[in-house]
Write a protein that binds this ligand. Structure first.
Ligand SMILES: Nc1ncnc2c1ncn2[C@@H]1O[C@H](COP(=O)(O)OP(=O)(O)OP(=O)(O)O)[C@@H](O)[C@H]1O
Ligand SMILES: [Mg+2]
Length: 391
């Protein structure tokens, strides 16, 4: 069962350099949230503040009823067992094999036997596609493999809260699709609360229930993905479309001269190179693989969105309604596909596509089951598009 993480008025500086101030947000229990923001805005610092590795000078972080910014180190040690963390650089111990790195939290925090530890570690390494690499040292493998090993280690205690700092960085598009799907499946299985820091807009568009964005030392927005994805907030819009023109510059704050120059170019009909995707359409959220339980968070999230729907502009309301009905259709198709598979007496796993029909994200063409499909048996299992495509 996931745990809510409630952040109130959090402010962090290093010496005289303020990183962000007055950040307030709640990671709803069992939901998947994503944190976006230009490089250097303090996303990784935020993640570290959530587990008490860095000490904010103001505000609180309440986890399971305890304010981790003020509790004793003994309490903090206990609270940390709820977390699984994938650090941006993987943070593996260089002198330990991947197996021992992955086993580390189990040896540190549990009294499990070595044979139990072995079976858990091998299961997690297998989940991230590294079952053959257990003997390797971090220095002997690729960056993407280190990232996946870091994820295996983050999952090994079946954490109730999972923090992932750029799980996709250094991964190829196919591995990114698998890792994204894995996070959704884990969420469905154990209802863990998940926070993903990412620059990958396709992940942001298709994986989380909620999105937040840090910019200019503040949390610009945090809320249901549907609201952010249809937002007219200039920094959010610019970030999502990856355009040069807008409030975000090469160094975070754009100087007036650059802004004026770009305005002239824009007026002359010259674009800033961003994607021309139509952001008024919300791509349906990736669903758990067929055979997985329903995500418990879905219903709670839907309820929250319903409550705020009337406050949103008409076009946003319409986009949300459409994506909701597409998601319902995907779920129905997945369930039907599973039924058919079971009745056929097949091998039961049913996941022959590595995706579930909507984990595309690049094509705004609606990729839900039944649309222009040529895999008759399992319309919903058609491998999706390419979730990392435009990262
Ligand atoms: N331990 C530290 N001591 C001093 N300054 C730090 C420390 N850790 C981070 N910073 C500073 O905090 C700022 C935010 O860093 P952070 O790593 O959180 O950015 P980020 O948003 O994760 O960027 P990216 O997208 O590139 O990973 C940077 O200016 C960085 O130099
Ligand atoms: Mg970072």
């Amino acid at each position: 069962m996931g745990v809510e993480v409630s952040v109130e008025g959090l402010t962090k500086s290093f010496g005289s350099q303020n990183i962000w101030r007055d950040v307030t947000l709640t990671l709803p229990e069992g939901e998947v949230s994503a944190l976006l923001g230009p490089s250097g805005t303090g996303k990784s610092v935020f993640l570290k503040a959530l587990i008490g590795l860095l000490h904010p000078e103001q505000g609180s972080v309440i986890v399971d009823g305890t304010d981790i910014t003020k509790c004793s180190s003994k309490e903090l040690y206990e609270i940390r067992k709820l977390f699984g963390v994938l650090f941006q650089d993987g943070a593996l111990f260089g002198s330990m094999s991947l197996f021992d790195n992955t086993a580390f939290p189990l040896r540190e925090h549990t009294k499990k036997s070595e044979s139990d530890i072995r079976s858990i570690v091998m299961e997690k390494l297998d989940l991230v596609g590294l079952s053959d690499a257990g003997d390797k040292l971090p220095g002997e493998i690729s960056g993407g493999m280190r990232k996946r090993a870091g994820l295996a280690r983050a999952l090994v205690l079946d954490p109730q809260i999972i923090l992932c700092d750029e799980p996709d960085s250094g991964l190829d598009p196919v591995r990114t699709a698998y890792i994204s799907q894995l996070l959704i499946d884990i969420n469905a299985e154990i209802d863990a609360t998940i926070l993903i820091v990412t620059h990958n807009i396709n992940i942001a568009r298709t994986i989380p229930d909620n999105i937040g964005m840090l910019f200019r030392k503040e949390l610009v927005m945090f809320g249901p993905r549907e609201v952010l994805l249809t937002s007219e907030e200039p920094a959010v819009k610019q970030f999502l479309s990856g355009d040069r023109f807008g409030p975000i510059g090469m160094s975070e704050e754009k100087d007036d001269a650059t802004a004026a120059q770009e305005k002239e170019l824009e007026d002359a009909g010259i674009g800033g190179g961003g994607t021309k995707d139509d952001f008024s359409e919300i791509i349906p959220q990736v669903q758990p693989n067929p055979g997985m339980p329903e995500r418990k968070a879905s219903a709670r999230h839907r309820e929250r969105v319903e409550e705020m729907l009337h406050e949103l502009p008409e076009n946003a309301q319409q986009a949300i309604r459409e994506s909701q009905s597409q998601e319902d259709e995907i779920r129905r198709a997945n369930a039907e596909g599973m039924d058919r598979q079971n009745n056929k007496g097949g091998n039961g796993n049913g996941n022959n596509g590595g995706g579930n029909g909507n984990n595309g994200g690049v094509n705004t063409e609606k990729q839900y089951a039944g649309s222009n499909d040529n895999t008759e048996q399992f319309p919903a299992y058609r491998a999706g598009g390419n979730p990392a495509g435009n990262s």
